[in-house]
Design a protein around this ligand. Structure first.
Ligand code: UD1
Length: 368
């Protein structure tokens, strides 16, 4: 029996790991697989709701790390995860994405001599001010196996001198979750609840430190939402980081609440959010994963960032990268509002079967 642990910590991890767990269930005679949740995200809306929506089992361990500075969070995860590894003696660790839990757990496992794979490896924004970029580079440098989602990852890892034998182009497990969950969106009544109709509203999210931590920048993005709200309803599920920043400024807080057509919500569950993506006019965001989900759904996406680690969403997909200043974004948005919309194709191997390929490689190549 091979013992495999997958690590989850923050919201974007859950949809990447859920299909891997399901795929391992098909070979449960050969592999014991369970989850460790670091507790980096702990709110019901940021964590528990996703376990329900994605039909994931309870994690065997919940490390209860919570918030903190990067060093505190990363260090606490390492200390607690090391105890689990010593107790469980797993054969293999899977980390996903680019959050602090990803680097903390890969570093801990590899130093104990446990083989480790990074799912969604090789992505690079080449912006070292993003904490996620540091997490990506460090995790890829030390992980034994690198499962990649798109062509650019292969090129990036090549440039970094990574042995191609460590790299496997498998596709995107986040798209596996999307394919799995799409039928369930039929039952979601989120459109009624928010009082919007199909193709008649814009879906907006912002949470990157570079967009929300500076009051001036956050204010200019709210100006932009105000502009959009004059033409369309705009649904804005507010991330805890963004909420904290808005609430710390009374003037901004009152203003946000007073914009007619700007519909504020708490962070939404996976199925409701997916339903909103499927039925919106377009998405405006600074997220990583949403760029990929909209590309798969062939919905226009305006990404308000200076760089993206997911260039295939631009090259092949419906994503448009725009410098996050008011005028630049307004220009792009005006075009889309006038129905000048970018079309795209779905990148190779984003087919809903990525987790099966990963499990096949682990069980038949790595542990043959
Ligand atoms: C983290 C990830 C980011 C990912 C994002 C998705 C890192 C470095 N960043 O950023 O890559 O895109 O998650 O959500 O790992 N908070 C709550 N409740 C929660 C979680 C957080 O209130 O359940 C608050 C925290 O107190 C903190 C803030 O939100 O002040 C930000 O949380 P944190 O985990 O530090 O980073 P994110 O911005 O969520």
């Amino acid at each position: 029996m091979i013992k495999v642990i997958s690590v989850v910590g923050a919201r974007p991890n859950f949809m990447k790991v859920a299909p891997i767990h399901r795929a391992f269930q098909k070979v449960s005679d050969k592999v014991e697989h369970f989850l460790v949740h670091t507790g980096q995200h702990y709110d019901y809306a940021m964590s528990t709701a996703f376990f329900q929506d994605l039909e994931m089992p309870e994690p065997k361990y919940f490390l209860n790390i919570g918030s903190g500075s990067h060093a505190q969070q990363t260090a606490k995860i390492m200390i607690e995860f090391e105890k689990v590894l010593i107790e469980e003696k797993p054969d293999f660790i899977i980390v996903v994405g680019d959050v602090n839990s990803t680097i903390a757990c890969s570093l801990t496992a590899i130093k104990l001599g446990i083989k480790t794979a990074h799912v969604e490896a090789g992505l690079r924004s080449y912006d070292r001010k993003m904490p996620e970029e540091i997490n990506r580079m460090a995790t890829d440098a030390i992980s034994d196996y690198l499962f990649i989602t798109e062509e650019s990852a292969e090129e990036n890892l090549n440039k970094e001198g990574v042995d191609p034998k460590r790299v496997f182009f498998v596709g995107n497990t986040m798209i596996d979750s999307l394919v799995f969950a799409t039928p369930k969106t039929e039952k979601s009544d989120i459109l009624n609840k928010l009082n919007v109709t199909e193709n008649n509203y814009v879906l907006a999210t912002i949470h990157r430190p570079s967009n929300v931590d500076e009051p001036k920048q956050l204010n200019s993005l709210i100006d932009l939402f105000d502009f959009i709200a004059q033409k369309r309803q705009i649904i804005f599920p507010v991330h805890p980081r963004t909420k904290k920043m808005i609430e710390s400024d009374d003037i901004l807080n009152n203003r946000v609440k007073s914009i007619t057509n700007l519909i504020l919500t708490d962070p939404l569950g996976y199925i409701d959010f997916l339903k909103l993506m499927i039925n919106c006019d377009f998405v405006i965001t600074d997220s990583g994963g949403i760029q990929e989900e909209t590309t798969f759904l062939q919905k226009p996406c305006v990404t308000m960032r200076t760089s993206t680690e997911r260039p295939s969403t631009i090259k092949l997909g419906t994503n448009i990268l725009v410098n996050p200043d008011y005028d630049s974004i307004k220009n792009v948005v005006e075009k889309i509002l006038n129905n000048d919309k970018k079309t795209g194709i779905i990148p190779p191997l984003w087919d809903g079967n990525t987790a099966d390929r990963i499990v096949e490689i682990i069980t038949n190549k790595i542990f043959k």
